[in-house]
Design a protein around this ligand. Structure first.
Ligand code: AMP
Length: 279
């Protein structure tokens, strides 16, 4: 039986009914796809009980139009989660998470500044704050995040370390469509033409990855290769293209050991991100 609650007291009561069971939690904004479900399955494997939060967190949206257009289908989400054997789902209203008088935020510094942080001011302050709240509501042993949002995983891991949250962060691989497009709730907002054009993100990453395999080590050359693939796609607008250190997220000049290739691109006004990790 899957229990679905809005109120924090209900989640807490259910969470602590069997105090000896281990809990894994998957924070989401809903409109679930195979990427989310891969995290749920991993959580299912590694814990006695699985909790999922579905909350479109208003304070992590710097663009009001993006928030307004964010797709929602709670009934479908709950059906998918029931089929995965999820135990507990938190679907709070915004007033439950941010009641009147709310004024405390979590701010991760350096890791949240470049890339998404630079292009979406306040985004990671919103993410870190809501993730801290989700951790405090569920008090899980483990929490599951996708590599798809690489910087988010870095920011959350930093917060857990710095604020001594007593749980393990598990980062799971990016799940892709058969043609390579990274699954995202925002893909639903693309027209069929936009859907085809959206493939340029993965193509750009693959092009850079192949150049690295062929011996390219100059990070600016790699950024240029990625930019060229995007610029050849009609209607695709680059937000950023990056070759950075996967831990510090600082831009690299040369690739020596690891690198995170990442990019954000607007297609039909929909902001898409993707990345690959080079080891
Ligand atoms: P969201 O609902 O977009 O906030 O995503 C919730 C969680 O699912 C985050 O940890 C994301 O990184 C993860 N996620 C989203 N898309 C994918 C994907 N294609 N593959 C793996 N994880 C994903």
């Amino acid at each position: 039986m899957m229990n679905v609650f809005q109120e924090i007291e209900d989640i807490r009561r259910h969470r602590w009914k069997e105090p000896h069971q281990s809990w894994g939690v998957v924070p989401t904004m809903g409109f679930l796809h195979e990427g989310h479900l891969s995290l749920v399955r991993r959580a299912r494997q590694e814990n006695d009980r699985v909790g999922v939060s579905i909350f479109v967190n208003p304070i992590q949206f710097n663009n009001p139009q993006d928030l307004k257009n964010y797709p929602v289908d709670l009934e479908r989400d709950l059906t998918l989660l029931r089929a995965e054997g999820v135990d507990l789902v938190w679907t709070p209203a915004p007033e439950v998470v941010y009641p009147p008088g709310f004024q405390t935020y979590v701010e991760v510094e350096q890791a949240a500044q470049p890339l998404e942080g630079e292009h979406r001011p306040g985004h990671f302050r919103g993410v870190a704050t809501v993730v801290a709240k989700i951790f405090n509501v569920f008090q899980p042993h483990r929490a599951y995040f996708g590599q798809k949002d690489a910087q988010q995983a870095v920011v959350v891991q930093r917060m857990v370390k710095d604020l001594n949250f007593n749980l393990e962060i598990v980062v799971c691989p990016t799940v892709r469509e058969p043609d390579g497009l990274a699954m995202s709730s925002r893909n639903a907002r693309l027209s069929s033409e936009g859907r085809k054009r959206a493939l340029c993100l993965y193509q750009a990453l693959r092009t850079a990855q192949q150049a690295i395999s062929a011996g390219e080590r100059d990070a600016e050359q790699l950024r240029e290769l990625m930019r060229r693939v995007i610029q050849q796609t009609p209607g695709a607008e680059i937000d950023y293209v990056s070759v950075a250190d996967p831990l510090t997220l600082k831009e690299l000049e040369q690739i020596s050991r690891q690198a995170l290739l990442s990019l954000a691109v607007l297609i039909e006004g929909v902001r898409l991100i993707d990345n690959v990790l080079i080891r």
